[in-house]
Design a binder for this molecule. Structure first.
Ligand SMILES: *Cc1c(COP(=O)(O)O)cnc(C)c1O
Length: 354
């Protein structure tokens, strides 16, 4: 039986037999072959796979790291945690804290959180406080508070978060039956996840479980692309709220993942993000939140430059970080409203085209 990522990958994680495991059976998310997207890639027999992290218990990959962060907080006898969040970290922290019966405090940037995520933090009983600033301001406050008071920080600068998240890389290699992808595409916000995946791939290779490593392809949103531009972005702007980050916490580690792997970190426009978002939904049947589709948008952009042609039969994995229902407003804005017709058979049949 699947009992979550700590149980499955404990040999790779900083746990002992006496670590209490707080889990919601996260992980084990599907790696879905994408026939339409594979056809869009300019290369010889390309294969594109989607790692659908939206199917974790709270709807994003954050659960992989949160199970470990909260388990370690309990092991270390903490009774409260705090995070700054653009949404998914707070949803996950609130849920795992409820499970562990500890207090959870969330600082969010005022007005910049997708509705679904705020609902999650609140319904799980977290104390949510909106600050009149952006994510980076909220994170600075959280750092100051956790420096001075006995409350654990569970943002991705908590090393246990990264440790837990690296299990995503293990799963991909297990699902590819001991093979590693040639390219690993991923959205970049605070850059914890790209850091975690790179760590995971390297550890799997050290253990001889894979024979090589993927090139890491990170994608930021054009209006929130500090790593691409080489400088902090004061007022990051993008519809992809989960990657609306102007000063990534794991900036240097993301650059290391890029350089060690021979990959790149590039940016995509909101239009490219939304086009990929719609394509995933109406061509592949996979509903994600906008930030997630940055990985796919980036791969499509790169493909147009002939980037993937140099590898024969390239295997590309795009991480889809969060579920589409997190941001229902964006979905509604992206489609036509249902047409209203009179209540009779003829009118309905006429609309359908019979
Ligand atoms: C947190 C998050 C990201 C960004 O991940 P980082 O580790 O901050 O780079 C991207 N997409 C979604 C849906 C997220 O929740």
């Amino acid at each position: 039986m699947w009992k979550g990522v700590i149980d499955k990958y404990k040999d790779f994680l900083p746990v002992t037999g006496s670590t209490p495991i707080i889990t919601l059976n996260e992980g084990n998310t599907p790696l879905i072959y994408a026939p339409h997207l594979s056809k869009c890639i300019d290369a010889v027999t390309p294969e594109l796979f989607l790692k659908y992290e939206g199917l974790n218990p709270t709807g994003s990959f954050k659960d992989r790291g949160m199970t470990l962060a909260i388990s370690k907080a309990i092991e270390e006898k903490s009774n409260a945690v705090i995070c700054a969040s653009t949404g998914n970290t707070s949803a996950s922290a609130a849920s795992y804290s409820a499970r562990a019966k500890i207090k959870c405090v969330v600082l969010i940037p005022k007005g910049a959180i997708a509705l679904g995520k705020l609902a999650q933090a609140l319904i799980h009983g977290a104390q949510v406080i909106a600050v009149d600033g952006n994510f980076d301001d909220a994170l600075n406050l959280v750092k100051e508070i956790t420096d001075k008071y006995p409350i654990k920080l569970v943002n991705s600068i908590n090393p246990y978060r990264i440790e837990g998240q690296k299990t995503g890389a293990f799963e991909i290699c297990d699902q590819l039956e001991g093979k590693h992808p040639d390219f690993h595409a991923i959205p970049v916000g605070n850059a914890g996840n790209i850091t975690a995946y790179w760590k995971g791939y390297k550890e799997y290779r050290e253990k001889g479980l894979i024979t090589g490593l993927p090139k890491m392809l990170g994608f930021q949103a054009e209006g929130a692309a500090p790593i691409v531009r080489g400088k902090v972005v004061k007022n990051p702007k993008t519809i992809a709220t989960a990657i609306r980050i102007g000063n990534p916490a794991s900036w240097k580690k993301a650059e290391l993942a890029r350089d060690e792997s021979g990959g790149l970190i590039d940016m995509v426009s909101d239009k490219e993000i939304l086009d990929a978002y719609k394509m995933l939904a109406d061509r592949e049947g996979v509903f994600v939140e906008p930030a997630s589709s940055a990985s796919v948008a980036g791969v499509l952009k790169l493909s147009k430059t002939g980037y993937f042609k140099k590898v024969h039969n390239p295997k590309i994995v795009c991480v889809l970080t969060g579920h589409g229902l997190k941001d229902p407003d964006r979905a509604i804005k992206s489609v036509k409203e249902p047409k209203v017709v009179p209540t009779n058979l003829q009118s309905v049949l006429k609309e359908i085209g019979y």
